[in-house]
Design a protein around this ligand. Structure first.
Ligand code: IPD
Ligand code: CA
Length: 265
């Protein structure tokens, strides 16, 4: 039996706020790099924020499993519970490192791989996006809804150009295909926040190949509970890595078709 959804949500809020506010308060340490690869960074604060979120969750629910971007050591549910928490302590690490204000902390509670409660906290704006499986999506407690835009030429398309597989031409072709139809394309640097923008009606389509479960676990629930639609288009080469689409529902099939034609055609 999993705990009541409102209690899981309260715990997710507490964990996301604790980790997010810690990152905000420690911005002067953002250049403490732990691992640097050609197109990505791991900061000391990524690990510290994950430890903070994990300890809040395990204080509330000592037997629950935790799957985090920074390490997966607690990924074992204790006896009598099937709840798994999914944490991205800083989504938008490269933005955070450079002092760009678009980053967030994302926390979801899942059962059998389905998110049932989720929070995305954007500390620089003090915006907290939340949803449970049984309730409308909210931003700072007020309900949010996807837009009613139903023409591609009026749509804002958000995507990420993660370059883990360099020279992946089909990904760029898909971005181009959707961009050609949309009004504008934007690359803002945080997958979880991009999806919250779709949930709040500020953009219509988010798609990216190469995000991870922790990027979308909370935000995908927020999109659906705001009236949008989400789908995994493909599971990729690495565990937890996927091609993921989130839309305002009205433009879902058109975006999906454009991506499919560009990546398989
Ligand atoms: C990344 C961000 C970025 C997206 C990448 C993600 P991180 O997460 O969400 O916008 O393009 O695919 O991995 O590394 O900042 O937590
Ligand atoms: Ca992330």
């Amino acid at each position: 039996m999993s705990p009541p959804l409102n209690e899981l949500l309260d715990c997710a809020v507490a964990a996301a706020r604790a980790a997010g506010l810690y990152a905000l308060a420690n911005k002067d340490r953002r250049s403490e790099v732990e691992v640097s690869t050609r197109h990505d960074l791991k900061l000391r604060l990524d690990g510290e924020c994950q430890a903070i979120a994990t300890s809040v969750i395990l204080e509330h629910y000592p037997g629950h499993a935790v799957l985090g971007e920074e390490d997966e050591v607690h990924d074992q549910a204790g006896p009598g519970t099937s709840v798994e928490w999914v944490i991205d302590p800083i989504d938008g690490t490269v933005n955070y490192y450079h002092g760009l204000p678009l980053w967030c902390c994302s926390i979801a509670a899942r059962v059998n791989g389905d998110s049932i409660a989720g929070v995305v906290y954007e500390p620089e704006a003090d915006h907290l996006y939340s949803a449970t499986r049984d309730d409308a999506a909210k931003m700072n407690g007020a309900p949010i809804e996807v837009s009613v835009v139903d023409r591609m030429e009026h749509a804002v398309f958000l995507t990420g150009l993660n370059q883990k597989v360099e020279g992946d031409a089909s990904k760029h072709q898909a971005v181009q295909a959707v961009s050609n139809q949309a009004q504008k394309t934007r690359v803002l640097g945080s997958a979880a926040l991009d999806m919250c923008r779709v949930a709040a009606g500020h953009a219509e389509i988010y798609w990216e190949a190469g995000i991870y479960t922790w990027d979308m676990a909370a935000a995908s629930l927020i999109v659906r509970q705001a009236g949008g639609k989400t789908c995994t288009l493909k599971k990729l080469d690495e565990p937890h890595r996927l091609s993921f689409l989130a839309t305002n529902a009205h433009l879902h099939e058109r975006a999906r078709e454009a991506i499919r034609n560009a990546t398989e055609g």
